[in-house]
Design a protein around this ligand. Structure first.
Ligand code: SAM
Ligand code: SF4
Length: 322
C-alpha cells in the first residue's frame, strides 16, 4: 500500500482500549479522561477482520497498544487469532508492564513473542509521582517474567525534565544488565505532553557518553527504521533513540494507527483519516473496506510539524497508542 509520497505502508498500530491502569502525567490529562463507550470500541472480530484485510493490502507488522492493552478483557484470544492471520510477520505489544508478570505465559503461548515495556523511572517514589500508582515493583517483575519465558523485550523511556532526567544512565545500565535495549523517545507535545519539557536526543547521548563511555552507531534494524541504535563502548550493550522532534523520520514513515473506536489515523499530529467502524458495522464487504483504507492511506500527511504548531488533533496519546 503506497501513499501519495510513495511511502510503503506496512505497519499497523492498534489501540485496543483508551482505558489505562496508570495516569502518567505527560500522557493523561489531570482533569480526567474522556472515555469511549463500550459499544463504540471495536470488537475483537472487527479488529481481526481489519487486520486480515490490511494483511491483504501489504501490512506485515501489527503492534497492540492503548491505553493499556493488557486491561482489555480476554486479550489472549485476540492475540491467538491475530497471530494466525496470514501475511502478518510480526505481532508485538507496547505495555506499561503492570499486568505482564501475571499474564506473560498465556500471552506467549497465544503467539505474542515481543513486547516493548515502558519504563520511565527506576525510583519507586518517582514512579508513583509520575503515574499516580505505586506499581514499579509489578513492572519490574513483569519485565523479568517476560525475559524468563523467552519473550523479546525492549524498554521505552520518555526523558522528561524534572521527572526522570537525572536517571537516564541508571535506566541504560538496567537494560544493559539484562541485555535488553533501552530506547529513549523524545516527548511530543500531544495533550498534557505539551506542558512538560522533553530532552533532545543529542543531549541524552551527550549525558550517557560522559557517564558510560563512547556510543558507537549501529547499522539500522531496517532501512528507514525510526530507532537509531548505538553500542555503549565498554558495556557492549545497546541503547536506541527515537527522535520525532529533533530528527524527524516522517520521510520513511510506514505506520498507520487504528484507534480503539475504529478510526484509522494517518499521522500522530493530524486528525486526517477515516472511520472504519461505521462501514464495518454497516455490512460493507471486504473489497469495499479495502477501497476505503487504500484511498485514506493515499492521503497520509507528508510530515508532522509538532515543533512549530503543536497538536492539530484533539486526541491525546492514551487514545492513539503512541
Ligand atoms: N500504556 C502503554 C504504555 O505505556 O506502554 C501503551 C500506550 S502508551 C500511550 C505508548 C507509549 O507512548 C509509552 O511508551 C508512553 O511513554 C508514550 N507516550 C505517551 N505520551 C507521549 C508523548 N507526549 N510523547 C512521546 N511519547 C509518549
Ligand atoms: Fe497509560 Fe501508557 Fe499513557 Fe502511561 S503512557 S498513562 S501507561 S497509556
Amino acid at each position: 500500500m503506497k501513499d501519495s509520497y510513495g511511502r510503503n505502508i506496512d505497519y499497523l498500530r492498534i489501540s485496543l482500549t483508551d482505558k489505562c491502569n496508570l495516569r502518567c502525567r505527560y500522557c493523561m490529562p489531570k482533569c480526567g479522561v474522556k472515555s469511549v463507550a463500550h459499544a463504540d470500541i471495536l470488537r475483537f472480530e472487527e479488529i481481526e477482520r481489519v487486520v486480515r484485510i490490511m494483511a491483504g493490502l501489504g501490512v506485515k507488522k501489527v503492534r497492540l497498544t492503548g491505553g493499556e492493552p493488557l486491561v482489555r478483557k480476554n486479550i489472549t484470544s485476540l492475540i491467538s487469532s491475530l497471530a494466525s492471520v496470514r501475511g502478518i510477520e510480526e505481532l508485538s505489544m507496547t505495555t506499561n508492564g503492570c499486568l505482564l508478570g501475571d499474564m506473560v505465559k498465556e500471552l506467549y503461548a497465544a503467539g505474542l513473542k515481543s513486547v516493548n515495556v515502558s519504563l520511565d523511572t527506576l525510583d519507586p517514589a518517582a514512579f508513583t509521582r509520575l503515574t499516580g500508582v505505586d506499581a514499579l515493583h509489578s513492572v519490574l517483575e513483569g519485565i523479568d517474567a517476560a525475559l524468563a519465558c523467552g519473550m523479546k523485550v525492549k524498554l521505552n523511556c520518555v526523558p522528561v525534565k524534572d521527572v526522570n532526567d537525572k536517571e537516564l544512565t541508571r535506566i541504560a545500565r538496567y537494560g544493559a544488565e539484562r541485555n535488553i535495549p533501552v530506547r529513549f523517545i523524545e516527548l511530543m507535545p500531544l495533550g498534557p505532553g505539551a506542558e512538560f519539557t522533553g530532552i533532545a536526543t543529542d543531549d541524552i547521548i551527550g549525558g550517557l557518553s560522559e557517564e558510560l563511555g563512547e556510543l558507537k552507531p549501529e547499522a539500522p534494524e531496517y532501512p528507514g527504521a525510526p530507532a537509531v541504535y548505538y553500542r555503549i563502548g565498554p558495556t557492549g550493550s545497546v541503547v536506541g533513540f527515537i527522535s520525532p522532534m529533533s530528527h524527524k523520520f516522517c520521510a520513511c514513515c510506514s505506520r498507520i494507527r487504528l484507534t480503539a473506536a475504529g478510526y484509522l489515523k494517518l499521522c500522530l499530529q493530524y486528525p486526517d483519516g477515516v472511520d472504519l467502524k461505521g462501514p464495518l458495522r454497516d455490512g460493507v464487504d471486504d473489497e469495499g473496506i479495502k477501497r476505503i483504507i487504500r484511498s485514506a492511506v493515499y492521503k497520509k500527511p507528508k510530515a508532522h510539524s509538532f515543533g512549530s504548531t503543536g497538536n492539530n488533533d484533539n486526541r491525546d496519546m492514551y487514545e492513539i497508542g503512541g
